[in-house]
Design a protein around this ligand. Structure first.
Ligand SMILES: [Zn+2]
Length: 150
């Protein structure tokens, strides 16, 4: 993921690794942890993964809230629809919803990860998923099945 570059989703500035306290994180378990933070936007950060890369792209509170809402209200709604038919199907449902969303946004799947979206992309993603049902997601998965190596 670090190959994609770690920049602020809100302003595009390259981010640096600091402690959660320096980044303005208020979550007690983040204060002493390393995070990736924007040098300009107040309270714009993303957690640091075990390998030192960022989990998603750093963003301020408004964007982080928009991502969380998108995940709870739209992504989880579609996934719970899938789980009604297939209770153990979470990994495949998550993968299918992510690929459906990337296609709707015309973004590569890596860049359409919810943790990487800025506020405008969150709005577009909300509109793209709002009217969709899991049946649409499955139809997309069947139409755009990645070609398997023979
Ligand atoms: Zn920024």
């Amino acid at each position: 993921m670090s190959a994609l570059g770690i920049y602020c989703a809100d302003c595009g500035t390259e981010c640096e690794r600091v402690t959660g306290r320096e980044a303005g994180a208020r979550e007690p378990d983040r204060i002493d942890a390393q995070v990736w933070a924007c040098p300009f936007c107040p309270d714009a950060w993303a957690p640091s993964a075990a390998d030192g890369s960022a989990v998603g792209l750093p963003a301020g509170e408004e964007t982080r809230n928009a991502r969380a809402l998108l995940r709870e209200r739209q992504v989880e709604r579609l996934i719970s629809e899938a789980l009604r038919h297939c209770p153990n199907g979470r990994p495949i449902a998550e993968e299918r919803v992510a690929s459906f969303l990337a296609h709707e946004l015309h973004l590569p799947t890596d860049e359409a990860a919810i943790d990487r979206l800025n506020i405008e992309w969150c709005r577009s993603a909300w509109l793209a998923l709002k009217g969709a049902s899991y049946a649409d997601v499955v139809r997309h998965a069947q139409t755009y099945r990645p070609r398997k190596a023979a």
